[in-house]
Design a binder for this molecule. Structure first.
Ligand code: KPL
Length: 299
């Protein structure tokens, strides 16, 4: 399959690198990473030890492929969608954190839009090198739910590349479940500059569990069937499996970069507000991360 991976941060590089083992992959990424990959290939370390040689470009315009995987930060989805709209793709799959990405892609692109979640731990160590710090899984399917032959084909292509993949027909619910996981783990670990496992222990566990429960309650208020028990079990399982990993938000804060707070805890706050719910823990986490971003001059 010909695949364009748009955005080669930690997760995009890992997914793109694994896909490149068996598919024709083009990575769209920034220049330092692109130069290193052109020169030495893309090195995967940790759970996978291999070097692959995908095509690489810094210009995502006018590309054509069977599939575009969008792996940019949620606040860059609009730009990615506009750029991808200059090319031709049979399907587009979002593999991003946060909510609202698929709606943005759908506004600009004609191809079927798939939603995906990924729970692999990944850290880009240096240009050209990505470390898989924890095995996880990809879940993907039609973004608005229901069966999808396109999703089946993409699932088969991912599986063939060592990416453990489940094709699901209830993606709206799965996206809320992943949102509840990220709402519990990301901001807490970013504020405490600590690894994911910290949310399994006191005192962080109370904050993480409350943020996750609030997200599940917000999902239910929006007619998504996600119990507190299911959301907490998902959050705990991801935190256990990625206990020694650094969440993407903690990586962003450590690197002084803008975070995805608006699409994670901020999305819970907005969603709750629209249905008259109170989500005080998500509100505090959102305010603290936004305050940090403001202090850094990145908001
Ligand atoms: O999605 C993640 C992230 O870091 O953004 C998890 C699953 C929490 C892995 O760290």
């Amino acid at each position: 399959m010909e695949i364009v991976v748009f955005g080669a941060g930690s997760l995009g590089s890992l997914v793109g690198g694994l896909l490149a083992q068996v598919h024709d992959v083009t990575l769209v990424t920034r220049s330092a990473h692109a130069d290193a990959i052109r020169e030495h290939g893309l090195e995967l370390t940790g759970e996978f030890e291999t070097v692959v040689h995908p095509e690489v470009t810094t210009d995502g315009s006018d590309l054509a492929a069977d599939l575009a995987v969008v792996a940019v930060k949620s606040f860059d989805t609009e730009t990615a969608a506009r750029t991808l709209s200059t090319g031709r793709f049979d399907a587009v799959c979002s593999l991003q954190n946060g909510m609202g990405n698929e709606a943005t892609l759908e506004t600009h692109l004609d191809a079927p839009i798939l939603a995906g979640t990924a729970t692999y731990g990944a850290v880009r160590r240096e240009p050209g090198v990505v470390d898989c710090t924890g095995l996880g899984e990809v879940v993907l399917g039609a973004h608005d739910g229901g069966p999808s032959p396109v999703a089946d084909r993409v699932g088969t292509a991912f599986d063939a590349a060592d990416l453990e993949t489940t094709v699901a027909d209830d993606m709206p619910r799965r996206l809320w479940e992943k949102l509840a996981v990220n709402a519990g783990i990301n901001a807490v670990t970013a504020l405490a500059r600590t690894e994911n496992g910290a949310v399994l222990e006191r005192p962080a566990i109370e904050i993480a569990r409350t943020a996750t429960r609030e997200a599940a309650r917000t999902a239910r208020a929006r007619d998504v069937s996600l119990s507190n028990r299911e959301a907490l079990a998902a959050m705990t399982s991801v935190a256990e499996r990625t206990a020694t990993n650094t969440s993407s938000m903690c990586q962003d804060v450590r690197a002084g970069r803008r975070t995805e707070i608006d699409a994670i805890n901020g999305f819970v706050v907005d969603g709750a507000e629209a249905t008259g719910l109170e989500v005080p823990t998500n509100r505090v986490l959102t305010a603290l991360i936004r305050t940090w971003e403001r202090g850094q001059g990145i908001r």
